[in-house]
Design a protein around this ligand. Structure first.
Ligand SMILES: *Cc1c(COP(=O)(O)O)cnc(C)c1O
Length: 372
């Protein structure tokens, strides 16, 4: 095999999609932004569509265009659409667009008029996240929408939770209540979209009253927990992590006790040992601050990381008795079933979340889709 590869189990993706379908009567939108959280945009989207996804969702319009041109036939929603995007192409390709500003509304209208085709839009309302979405100026915004309602098709109204991974927080109920108010206000100006959606993976798993018509299923699609501490890990949620990351030992060598390892000489061997040099670094998305709470699985054992991660490589402490040899394949992370470190363990070792670990795996690492 090559230096490194990320194996993606598309049957796990399908299982994770079917799982949430079985838990809800809502439609399911498979969130495939950011190259499908690092798993590969088109292969994941095709697998999700085949497994029953009702919608595909992306942040960027370019991602949505890639999906449509790649043969995705289900409705697609792109929600990170600043002014100046190629709205004409979006409308031509039947891509639903999110709007939360008058500026984008007017650009979408212009694009639609020039094509003589009604753009399909979802209005985003801010219910507490204070990121995207119409906030204080919603009255004015809704009246602007009402003026042009024959020129657009308002397909949905949606919002996003700030604390869905803390199901006991009353902010969740407050957001749902405010969302309902905005839906009512919109209906008062004569707009009653077919689809209401607010639930991400965490809300989908913990709060049925948030499901509305569509669940936006992101991290769960990849078999990962939205919050290991509050909601439990993949296993307890019966989700199947889909990514397993492999690399190689470029070199195995014996060293004495007391040698320092890596830039800054931040780590020192405590005893005579063997070190393994792993062929991945922060250029590949391995966080530089990863600690020895993570490492690799090789020759039947776990070998913890030692020292700082470099751009293209990092070093693991194999232990004096290790049978690992130069050239051996290592598993960096996976679902843990072979004994390897999990994605959640890597996240903890780097002081981050599983979302960031998988999404950051860089474009130098080929994604491979083994068949069953
Ligand atoms: C990323 C994203 C999601 C998916 O969130 P998960 O926590 O991964 O389920 C849903 N909705 C929006 C608007 C998003 O940006």
């Amino acid at each position: 095999m090559s230096r490194a590869r990320a194996e993606i189990d598309l049957s796990a993706i399908a299982d994770n999609l079917k799982f949430i379908k079985s838990k809800s009567t809502a439609q399911v939108l498979a969130v495939v932004k950011a190259d499908a959280y690092g798993h590969g945009l088109l292969p994941v989207a095709i697998a999700a569509q085949a497994a029953g996804a009702d919608w595909l969702g992306t942040a960027l319009l370019e991602e949505a265009i890639t999906l449509r041109n790649g043969g995705i036939t289900k409705p697609i929603l792109a929600w990170l659409t600043p002014p100046g995007e190629d709205f004409k192409t979006a409308i031509k390709l039947d891509i639903d667009l999110s709007i939360s500003s008058i500026e984008v509304l007017s650009e979408i209208l212009t694009a639609g008029q020039s094509l003589n085709k009604k753009p399909r839009v979802h209005i985003e309302v801010d219910t507490g996240m204070s990121r995207g979405g119409v906030a204080e100026d919603w009255k004015q915004f809704f009246s602007e929408i009402a003026k042009v309602v024959e020129k657009i098709e308002v397909v949905g109204i949606w919002s996003h939770f700030a604390r869905a991974d803390e199901p006991g927080e009353k902010m969740n109920e407050e957001q749902i209540a405010l969302f309902s108010n905005r839906v009512d206000d919109l209906s008062k100006v004569g707009i009653s979209p077919k689809y209401l959606h607010i639930a991400n993976s965490a809300a989908a798993l913990t709060n049925k009253s948030s499901h509305k018509n569509i669940i936006r299923w992101g991290i769960g699609l990849y078999g990962l927990s939205p919050d290991v501490n509050n909601l439990g890990d993949s296993k307890s949620l019966t989700l199947h992590p889909a990514m397993r990351l492999y690399a190689k030992l470029q070199l195995v060598k014996s060293v004495k006790a007391g040698v320092t390892v890596g830039y800054g000489a931040t780590a020192k061997t405590k005893v005579d040992t063997k070190l393994g040099v792993v062929t991945l670094g922060y250029a590949d998305g391995i966080p530089r601050n990863a600690s020895n709470l993570a490492g690799v699985f090789v020759a039947g054992s776990r070998a913890p990381l030692i020292g700082r991660v470099s751009m293209d490589q990092f070093v693991v402490d194999l232990g004096i008795d290790s049978l690992a040899k130069t050239g051996d394949e290592v598993i960096v992370f996976g679902d843990g079933s072979k004994g390897e470190y999990t994605i959640d363990e890597w996240a903890k070792a780097c002081g981050t979340i599983n979302y960031e670990i998988v999404t950051r795996i860089g474009s130098r690492v080929p994604r491979i889709y083994p068949r069953e």
